[in-house]
Design a protein around this ligand. Structure first.
Ligand SMILES: NC(=O)c1ccc[n+]([C@@H]2O[C@H](COP(=O)([O-])OP(=O)(O)OC[C@H]3O[C@@H](n4cnc5c(N)ncnc54)[C@H](OP(=O)(O)O)[C@@H]3O)[C@@H](O)[C@H]2O)c1
Length: 271
């Protein structure tokens, strides 16, 4: 059984490219009233049926301004997709506290900030659906992308608890877990200022492999379909892995830890 999204007031963060853009487009096609956020509206390409709003998820004032701008036009947001995010690559030891903090500021605190701004309206209405775009790196380790993986693990832990706290208000909080997906993520990836020679060779090999996998990755439409399912299912699941994420999620749960460790290291050709 599915709920209709028709005319539901929907906010999707990070619609300038990739997964967010695809989700905003799909939800608008299916009849939702969609507001999509970008940091720079001047350079944003329009999406048919989507109203563009300026928002930087790392900035309290920018988040509250965006939500206050939507309120008189459409009323409180009923459906939220926290999608905005980027990746920082590099060995964990190479990543400074400041670089790690910035990663969490967008990928984790961004989700918390936007959600906290939307929740009072959802509680008042007694209805809300929140989908957080996590990653398979929300439940797997990620050599040379470890702070990103930590930020997505944080999103997973946060969302699971949130779903328990807000369910009595008619609100559900759910996770969509894409695997490698063809988007601009590579182009927007940041790298630490510090390079440690001891990691150089393996870092290069592993990050190049990941970049190629993104170029050959799933169509972002698959992630949008999973988000749609999470947003409309009458009795939703907590986690919606996408594409190869489905097998990875099962493996993580059912393969014994020792066996998983061995095959993981082999897959990434770790010395
Ligand atoms: N591609 C993959 O393989 C993959 C796999 C698993 C999960 N994901 C997740 O999917 C989500 C979308 O990424 P994508 O792959 O579609 O990459 P993308 O094409 O680079 O899109 C990222 C979006 O996030 C926005 N953004 C970044 N920092 C922001 C901030 N501080 N405030 C507001 N918006 C911000 C960007 O908007 P601006 O125009 O403002 O820069 C852009 O619209 C991310 O959470 C990512 O971690 C991606």
């Amino acid at each position: 059984m599915h709920m209709a999204l028709k005319n539901k007031i929907t906010l999707v963060t990070g619609v300038s490219s990739g997964i967010g853009r695809e989700i905003a487009q799909l939800l608008a096609e299916r009849g939702a009233r969609v507001f999509g956020t970008v940091r720079d509206p001047k350079s944003a390409k329009p999406i048919h049926g989507v109203e563009i709003v300026r928002m930087d998820v790392t900035d309290d004032a920018s988040v509250s301004d965006a939500i206050e701008a939507i309120l008189p036009k459409a009323g409180p947001v009923q459906v939220l997709v926290n999608n905005a995010g980027y990746a920082v690559t590099g060995a964990l030891e190479e990543t400074s506290i400041e670089e790690a903090r910035q990663q969490f500021e967008t990928n984790f605190f961004g989700v918390l900030r936007v959600t906290n701004a939307i929740l009072p309206g959802m509680r008042k209405q007694g209805f809300g659906r929140i989908v957080n775009i996590s990653s398979v790196l929300g439940f797997l380790p990620a050599p040379y992308c470890g702070i990103y993986a930590a930020s997505k693990h944080a999103v997973e832990g946060y969302t699971e608890t949130l779903d328990h706290e807000v369910r009595r208000f008619g609100v559900r909080a759910l996770l969509v877990e894409p695997a490698y997906t063809r988007t601009k993520l590579n182009g927007n990836t940041k790298t630490p200022k510090t390079n440690i020679a001891a990691y150089a060779e393996e870092r290069k090999r592993v990050t190049e492999m990941a970049q190629q996998n993104i170029e050959r990755g799933d169509d972002p439409r698959m992630v949008a379909d999973a988000a749609y399912e999470a947003l409309t299912a009458k009795s939703p699941k907590l986690r919606y892995p996408v594409g190869k994420g489905v097998a990875l999620s099962r493996m993580r749960r059912f393969v014994p830890a020792g066996m998983f460790d061995k095959s993981f290291r082999k897959q990434f050709q770790l010395d």
